[in-house]
Design a protein. Sequence first.
Length: 465
Amino acid sequence: MMNYKTINENKFLKSALTEENPFITTSKVMEWLKYRNEAINVEVTKIPFKKLNHWFLDKTNGMLKHSSGKFFTIEGINVKTNWGAVKEWEQPIINQPEIGYLGIITKEINGILYFLLQAKVEPGNVNNVQLSPTLQATKSNYTQVHQGNKPRYLEYFQNATRDEIILDQLQSEQGARFLKKRNRNIIIKIDGDIDVHEDFIWLTLGQIKKLIQKDNLVNMDTRTVISGISFEHSITVKEKLDNFELGMLLSANNKTNSKHTYDDVIKWITDLKCRYELTIESRSIFNIKKWEVTPFDIRHNEDKYFRVIAAQVEISNREVKTWSQPLIEPLQEGIIAFIVKKINGIYHFLVQAKLESGNFDIIEMAPTVQCITGSYDSDNSLPFLDDVLNAKEDQIRFNTLQSEEGGRFFREQNRSMIIEADDSFPTIIPENYIWLTLNQLNYFLKFNNYLNIQARSLISAIKFI
């Protein structure tokens, strides 16, 4: 562990700086996940829409929907904006207005804060089992619209007192795929004993961040919850600033060396939100320009972007063992990346203001490069894409494949990267970009609709050991 001294000890920070776990080592976690994978029967099969159970193509209302009227719908939208090169387009989108829980139970054991995660299978997961929050449930799930069992540990969150809640945020989902969708990201701390089911495990935050360095082990929902944790803390450092992890810790704490003030950042994003417009109008999925509904999918007529497919699912350890549902299937692997650079001696992140069709408030802060659904190899117009794709090995600080949320997306994974720029990288940037410290990013994460889920996913991967 680094030579550092902490003042006014911070439980989150101490857990993030701890990988030692008397219950299970980090390497054994991967063995445990493999064992859980072998213990759970998983069958996911693509089927035609007409074989969906309780779902149907509603030609009257122009959508794909559940017979209960709950869960979500696949609808068509027309998008008009004065942002970017493309001013108007149409697309399918997921409309899921209910707010779900993404919740983690924590408990202090021998002075260290542990996080209760579960080995959970979602139908769209690349590798079946991934580490998920303690509770991951839509309102339709936990109100048992599916007539299955209630999710485990639901009552801890429903009955949590203010003193037990240590993080509580309303955060957005993927703005290009969901229409104004948000979830409650919540962490609670309990003091009493709790029965730990065989699919659940206690891990330190340091272990979780180490596991995020591996491909597709920690799911999107866990990543978005822990991204909201602030590590702002008084620290004294006895080492030179030549260690990237230590540099990230200082960026999370420093309030005086940032290139821009908080007021500057608010003025920047407010100005963009006022100058740019986003108008959404409903369309029938049977009448979306450049899209067609076939017996097996909803697809773009140039076979671009993504498809809406139907799947029959069997997962042996879920509240409901078998069901069918629509899923979004990507057609390319995407890339999301932050470029970071030392400014005034402190690491700053190059943050993009990005407009997406489903954004709740027009624009959100995004990674430097985010091209999730396009062929980025052939797109030379994206700012800073070449800097990411041509980064030298010694500049790459994080580089893994990370899955999108498997409950809605079928085997979608994106290359996730953090690149350290050298001194020659320009600090003068386009108007929709800004340099922010990790401390500033953590500050804006406290509020709704500032950082998008791709930015939060990358922030979750930042480790200090």
